[in-house]
Design a binder for this molecule. Structure first.
Ligand SMILES: Nc1ncnc2c1ncn2[C@@H]1O[C@H](COP(=O)(O)OP(=O)(O)OP(=O)(O)O)[C@@H](O)[C@H]1O
Length: 248
């Protein structure tokens, strides 16, 4: 479980997280939704210790990572896989090399074993036969799939997804969500998915947390959030221009 307790984070005079509290339950998919620029990525980076809170605490599986030194933090990070917005592939490496990279860095598996695992992971994300291609030769959706194959390969306990479907067409978006669900069933990791995809994200997640003005306004099952009477949540999920959320 990941627990954020009274987390505060500001950049200069801009308060991004304001005494934020959130619990990410073990083995479930939790979606974090909220308007652009509200701090969803900042929140995600706190969970993996890429950013540290000004005040408050971040607890991962009972360990307080808030003031942890680099070595211990690196050890905790081994529990995590992360799929960044742009899939963060190395352009000069082939798909195979990109996916094999963490296995080569972190394990003592033989070349044959690595090759077998990479091919299995690529097949699992529907990308058989593209291993010799370079990222530039792939579509956005394919890149995200390569990123997903790489993220699940070390069998992490927790995977953080930062807008995994942004910029994809509706069919690939749905297919990517389905893939997240399928890999979740298969590997059983704890997932946190930052997403703008309303209403699709409700089909993917077990829980949904709405971030607004540095706080978690509401957390609940997709059904509870869809039935919410909170005016901010209602406006956000209906995409209405009328309501308390103002465009800046
Ligand atoms: N390292 C940083 N230094 C200064 N400001 C930052 C930094 N990281 C994020 N911010 C600011 O914090 C705010 C929240 O950013 P964040 O990327 O978390 O938003 P978001 O909710 O993920 O947005 P989007 O949905 O558009 O991706 C933004 O105003 C951003 O400019």
């Amino acid at each position: 479980m990941i627990k954020l307790v009274n987390v505060e984070k500001s950049f200069g005079s801009q308060v991004v997280l304001n005494k934020l509290n959130l619990e990410i339950p073990h083995g479930k998919i939790t979606a974090v939704i909220g308007p652009s620029g509200e701090g969803k990525s900042v929140l995600l980076k706190h969970m993996i210790g890429l950013l540290r809170p000004d005040r408050g605490a971040v607890i991962v599986d009972g360990e307080d990572i808030t003031g942890m030194g680099r070595d211990r933090l690196n050890h905790v990070r081994e529990k995590f896989g992360m799929l960044f917005q742009n899939a963060a592939l190395f352009d000069s490496m082939t798909v195979f090399e990109n996916v094999a990279f963490p296995l080569e860095e972190k394990t003592r598996l033989s070349r044959t074993e690595i090759a077998a695992r990479v091919h299995e992971a690529l097949e699992h994300v529907g990308l058989k036969g593209v291993d010799k291609k370079f990222p530039d030769e792939l579509s956005g959706g394919m890149k995200k799939r390569v990123g997903l194959a790489r993220a699940v390969l070390l069998d992490p306990k927790i995977i953080l997804f930062d807008e995994p479907t942004t910029g994809l067409d509706p069919i690939i978006c749905r297919a990517t969500h389905q893939l997240i669900k399928d890999t979740h069933v298969r590997f059983g990791f704890t997932a946190v998915v930052v997403s703008h995809e309303i209403p699709e994200i409700f089909d993917v997640s077990d829980f949904v947390a709405m971030l607004y003005r540095g706080e978690i306004l509401e957390v609940g099952t997709p059904e509870e959030i869809q039935r919410s009477t909170h005016p901010v949540v209602r406006q956000f999920i209906s995409g209405s221009l009328e309501g308390p959320i103002h465009l800046v």
